[in-house]
Design a protein around this ligand. Structure first.
Ligand code: ADP
Ligand code: ZN
Length: 748
């Protein structure tokens, strides 16, 4: 007679939008393996899926349960602190635990069963430019009889010097023969490539041999700060923050401990990655979006098993399973890319504080332009500020010249390009001296809208309430919010008027203008359009670093972290592009963007200067950026976020409830119900702790075919928001169609 042990049950989370996990029986044979944090294969809805055990103290369920099929790993995938962190994220942001775990575990490890294999290797033909045509004249000669070939040549150039043939042909609507023609002409070579080399694997920049006195002082100050107090490393652009992080990390990695370094976007920060590799070599796992599923899984397990000790990556690297985690660094902590735009809508900088606390790790936030949220924590003593007040080598910060676009003289024939004589002279002088120039314009495309001069109608996206952007090469109208594109119509769709007017300057048109104005200059453009292919960022930055490019034109992508000593002139062509957006962070974003891009100038012995063109020269964001002073900005901006003005973070905690629906009335109704519920919850349960604003249409009233209305909720104390977010989530499923975005970074 055998006596069976009482059956045990586990709650298993699956990547599904449900509030609680599913209950499964744990078979005897898996008793050792099916513990909290372990991955298990379970039957669900007629399929098999990889889930994660979140609890095993589950009481005997009242319904029939199925059995866990298997547990693939000898040790649990998630240790207790990471599981606890996932629970915290789920509670704080009001996201189902299963969906939260989808961010914590890399794709191939969770959810779809059987996809954990290696990513497919691709074999494709790649065309690479072998002969540069540095001047406009040479170019005209080379392509006198083949404008299509020129189109292809310049597209490859814009993509960083090489591109897959098929992708290029499709994009440009040309035949392969056009591209082959470039090879015949001796301008390019075409070869079959089986696999794109991971450019990060070979990068390593050795650290500078000696720390500066400021750096040494900063390291001592950080190491002398109690572990439970986060540090803000507030260093001006070019002050050598990276070396400070690396020295702090080195001490602990040498003892066998682990660390995480977060960067805003890995493709944009190859220099930082190279520096990390230069110090830690093979101890580093670089977690970037270019990894195949298999590579990603391998990197994850290497950290989990301790064969690698340092994780570097964007936002999601915060969840890397680093063993003995003793430090987390969030570089450029003010960057909004640390906030995830889909469920769970977490902010990696804020979650980093929680993880650091749970694991006893030190947290270092670094920036030259810290967020107001972090400055507020410094002010009330929760975060310790450590400063690097000067650039390395006592180089001065570049002087910033603010040019008033309303009155400054412009060069002739500039059309809609706000090209002033002041900017022109600086750029010319730099080029004459063989120095490099960065031009920032935070709008891509050729023209930002197309309008009928007769009736005034602007061509909009059929699915979004957004003007379509005109792109050239090939000419097409594109929506920057969804995938929609359409040909440019000859006549106005509203009144039939035969001519259409293009307005609004984008980077393509700026590049075109600069090419005509400085025909001998070698240009490159860096924006979403030129960086869609794998490693394109990297190739463009490499050419710039080598000195093969004189002028780099780009969107906010070129404002981040770049360190090129030969850049002596930075021009902000139009600082106002984001200044008047209906979002309380518009001024802060503008300040950060202008101050950051200004910080790219004058990093070498030749010095540098910055020209900021604006129609709002007296705006506090512009004035503070011109002084490289976040203090000046905060002093002017903070009072605007407190009564008598409408209160906004960091003065209050904020959450946004966005209702979306196919019909405008439904979205409005959804938002109204949310607002009513929130007002009642505030009055009945929270003693009126919440301020509820709305419902109101979102500034972008329609997106991807869905109408959008929102409600804003503010509270002096974040805990009141936590309670209300939790209560909302626990409510009926009818609350679908409403997205809760806590601590939103955008209100558009
Ligand atoms: P930040 O991130 O603060 O803008 P970086 O870390 O990019 O600054 O450093 C700016 C430049 O100074 C880099 O080129 C870096 O290599 C150099 N640098 C940093 N520390 C030192 C040092 N101790 N000695 C010499 N050069 C240094
Ligand atoms: Zn659209």
């Amino acid at each position: 007679m055998s006596r069976e042990a009482p059956a045990r049950f586990a709650e298993v989370a699956l990547p599904l939008p449900v509030a609680t996990g599913f209950i499964y029986r744990i078979p005897e044979a898996l008793a050792q393996r099916a513990v909290p944090g372990a991955r298990v294969l379970v039957p669900v809805r007629g399929r098999r899926a990889l889930g994660l055990v979140v609890r095993t103290d589950v009481p005997l369920p009242e319904y029939d349960t199925r059995e866990i099929l298997s547990a693939p790993d000898a040790e649990p995938a998630l240790g207790e602190p990471l599981l606890e962190l996932a629970r915290w994220v789920s509670r704080y942001y009001g996201a189902p635990l299963g969906l939260t775990l989808r961010s914590v575990l890399p794709g191939p490890l969770f959810g779809a069963a059987g996809s954990a294999g290696k990513g497919a290797e691709v074999s494709e033909r790649v065309v690479t430019i072998t002969r540069a045509l540095p001047s406009l004249l040479e170019r005209e000669r080379a392509f006198a009889r083949s404008p299509k070939r020129r189109l292809a040549y310049e597209a490859i150039e814009a993509l960083g010097g090489s591109a897959p043939v098929r992708q290029l042909a499709e994009r440009l609507h040309v035949t392969d023969a056009v591209i082959a023609g470039l090879a015949t002409q001796g301008l390019a070579r075409i070869e079959r490539v089986t696999r794109t080399r991971d450019p990060f694997s070979g990068l390593a920049t050795p650290p500078p041999p000696v720390l500066t006195d400021d750096q040494r002082r900063a390291i001592l100050a950080i190491e002398g700060t109690p572990l439970d107090r986060p540090v803000l490393l507030h260093g001006v652009t070019g002050s050598g923050k990276t070396l400070v992080y690396l020295e702090v990390l080195r001490t602990l990695v040498e003892r066998g401990d682990g660390a995480i370094l977060l960067v805003p976007e890995i493709a944009l920060t190859p220099q930082t990655v190279a520096r990390v590799r230069g110090v830690f070599g093979d101890q580093v796992a670089v977690l970037h979006s270019g990894l195949s599923d298999g590579e990603r899984a391998d990197a994850w397990w290497a950290l989990r098993r301790g064969t690698r000790r340092v994780a570097v990556g964007p936002r999601s690297a915060l969840f890397a399973p680093v063993l003995r985690l003793r430090a987390i660094v969030v570089d450029e902590e003010h960057e909004s890319s640390y906030k995830q735009g889909t469920t769970p809508r977490y902010h990696a900088r804020d979650v980093a504080q929680v993880r650091a606390r749970l694991e006893g790790a030190r947290l270092i936030l670094g920036s030259a332009t810290p967020s107001l949220e972090t400055l507020a924590q410094v002010a009330d003593g929760r975060v310790v500020e450590v400063g690097l007040p000067e650039r390395v080598g006592a180089r001065p910060l570049p002087p910033v010249e603010v040019v008033d676009l309303r009155s400054a003289p412009r060069v002739e024939n500039a059309g809609i390009v706000p090209w002033t004589e002041a900017l022109d002279a600086r750029v010319r002088a730099a080029l004459d001296a063989r120095e490099q120039v960065i031009l920032l314009l935070n709008r891509r495309g050729f023209s930002t809208f197309v309008q009928c001069p007769k009736c005034g109608v602007v061509v909009e996206c059929p699915s979004c309430s957004i003007a379509l952007t005109l792109h050239r090469g090939p000419e097409v109208l594109r929506c920057h919010y969804c995938a929609h594109q359409e040909p440019v119509a000859e006549t106005c769709g509203a009144c039939g008027n035969p001519t259409q007017r293009m307005g609004g300057l984008g980077t393509q048109q700026l590049e075109h203008f600069v090419a005509l104005r400085f025909p001998a200059a070698r240009l490159a453009r860096m924006d979403l359009d030129t960086t869609s292919s794998k490693w394109a960022h990297h190739r463009i930055l490499e050419r710039f670093a080598r000195g093969d490019v004189d002028v780099l034109v780009g969107t906010q992508m070129i404002a981040k972290g770049l360190d090129f000593p030969n850049v002596t002139v930075v021009g902000v062509v139009d600082a106002d592009t984001g200044l008047h957006l209906p979002d309380f962070r518009a001024a802060e974003r503008t300040f950060q963007l202008v101050a950051q891009v200004a910080g790219r100038a004058g990093r070498g012995p030749k010095g540098g200067r910055v020209i900021v063109q604006t129609r709002s020269p007296d705006h506090h964001a512009i004035r503070a950026a011109a002084r490289h002073s976040v203090r000046a900005f905060a002093e002017a901006e903070l009072p605007l976020r407190r009564p008598p003005h409408p209160a906004y973070p960091p003065t209050v905690s904020l959450a946004r409830f966005v209702a979306t629906a196919g019909q405008a009335a439904q979205a409005e109704e959804g938002a109204r119900r949310a607002a009513d519920w929130l007002r009642r919850a505030s009055a009945e349960r929270l003693g009126g702790a919440l301020t509820v604003l709305g419902p109101a249409p979102c500034p972008i009233a329609r997106l991807k075919g869905r109408w959008r209305w929102h409600v804003l909720v503010k509270a002096a104390d974040g805990r009141a928001l936590s309670r209300v977010v939790r209560a909302w989530r626990a409510g009926p499923r009818g609350r679908g169609g409403v997205v809760v975005d806590r601590d939103p970074v955008s209100l558009l």
